[in-house]
Design a protein around this ligand. Structure first.
Ligand SMILES: Nc1nc2c(ncn2[C@@H]2O[C@H](COP(=O)(O)OP(=O)(O)O)[C@@H](O)[C@H]2O)c(=O)[nH]1
Ligand SMILES: [Mg+2]
Length: 366
């Protein structure tokens, strides 16, 4: 029996099995088996192929990258042209955009790279070249902008499903659980919080499916079976999403309200073409990218309060050095910081010090 048949067989068995307390264990193992087979299938497909994404390799630039994902014709290219200095072809027919078109949006001192991707069609994640390559660009973005048409809002869950199929976990945080492989001792599970969705025995049995027989597992969160599988398989991409509902110039407020009630998710109503509500969209993109502004102050001089350095929240002095100059960290002696991340102004800190929004930083080099 080939891999696709095996997957089908297990899927059928899952479909037949009632979900309840008694079947929970069995279903968990079946899910682990499917995920393993799918991974094998994927590996076999990629064998011999280079890991390059073909014409879809885009150089990341700017302070953060946002990928626009949506079906053809929803207005992705129109939006890119409105938000950035770039010109992407707009057409009233499908598949106008065949490659990735990047543009830079300047906002509050940040240069945000926006990527206009070709429209994805259903089942993109399952392969068929193009769709998969498109989604692999989205995997590496800092934020995904899901774009839906006001007359077709119901595709929203499908888009999310496509992302999931590519190993993206939209709006999820990496589960707080560690699996440390060991050489002997079997599988030892410790939970530091109450766990309700998975038992120690199920953790062990799922690890066995993946031929992991010796490991220390430390669970710090009430994880599900799927989250455990995610951790075992690794290389999941945890990317936040925003949803824009486009072409609202064509409908009235009542219509939008109706969609709101139906969709059960927050979205930003916009019109890319008529330039409606794009300021709100820009602000939300900026917020979601979670930047901090760092003002650099030369030794003995005044801080440059006009052009802050834009960094990701949680960045350290080392991250700043790397952004300024690749070789800089070798030259660094120490840094001084004024602002919220330190107890007193001018405090001396090391490379690992985490900075906060509007900190002032002086770097002392050799
Ligand atoms: N009425 C209206 N039409 C729009 C809007 N945004 C885009 N369009 C039109 O929708 C069509 C597809 O737009 P395009 O940007 O090429 O979509 P893409 O395939 O997602 O890149 C074009 O005819 C656009 O002029 C909008 O906000 N309102
Ligand atoms: Mg387009």
């Amino acid at each position: 029996m080939g891999v696709p048949e095996k997957i089908k067989q297990i899927e059928d068995e899952i479909a037949k099995t009632q979900v309840n307390k008694n079947t929970n264990h069995h279903l968990g193992i079946l899910r682990a088996k499917i995920a393993k087979l799918k991974r094998e299938q994927e590996d076999a497909r990629n064998k011999g192929k280079s890991s390059s994404t073909g014409g879809y390799d885009v150089k990341k630039s700017g302070d953060g990258t946002v990928a626009i994902v949506g079906l053809p014709n929803v207005g992705k290219s129109t939006l890119l042209n409105q938000l950035t200095n770039s010109k992407s072809k707009v057409g009233s027919y499908k598949f106008t955009t065949l490659t990735v078109v990047p543009g830079i949006m300047e906002y509050k001192g940040a240069a945000i790279q926006i990527l206009d991707l070709p429209g994805i069609i259903e089942q993109a994640a399952k392969g068929r070249g193009l769709g998969k390559r498109i989604l692999s660009v989205a995997r590496n973005a800092d934020l995904i902008l899901l774009m839906i048409d006001v007359f077709q809002p119901e595709v929203h869950p499908l888009l999310r499903k496509e992302l999931m199929g590519m190993g993206i976990r939209p709006d999820e945080e990496p589960p707080e659980t560690i699996i440390e492989k060991t050489r002997i001792g079997g599988v030892a599970v410790t939970n530091l919080v109450d766990i309700t969705k998975i038992s120690h025995k199920l953790v062990k049995d799922i690890l066995h499916v993946y031929k992991i027989h010796n490991a220390r597992v430390i669970i710090r969160e009430d994880i599900s079976v799927d989250q455990l599988i995610d951790i075992i398989l690794g290389n999941r991409s945890y990317v936040g999403t925003l949803t824009a509902l486009n072409k609202v110039d064509l409908v009235n407020k009542g219509y939008i309200k109706e969609i709101e009630d139906r969709l059960k998710c927050k979205f930003i109503p916009i019109s890319a073409d008529a330039n409606l509500n794009l300021d709100t969209l820009k602000e939300q993109i900026y917020q979601r990218l979670d930047f901090i502004r760092i003002y650099l102050r030369p030794k003995g001089g005044h801080a440059d309060k006009v052009e802050p350095l834009i960094m990701k929240n949680g960045s350290s002095v080392l991250d700043v050095c790397n952004k300024l100059h690749r070789e800089m960290k070798k030259e660094l002696r120490y840094a001084r910081v004024w602002g919220n991340s330190v107890k007193f102004g001018g405090q001396r800190v090391g490379l690992a010090h985490s900075l906060m929004d509007e900190d002032i930083l002086t770097i002392f080099t050799r």
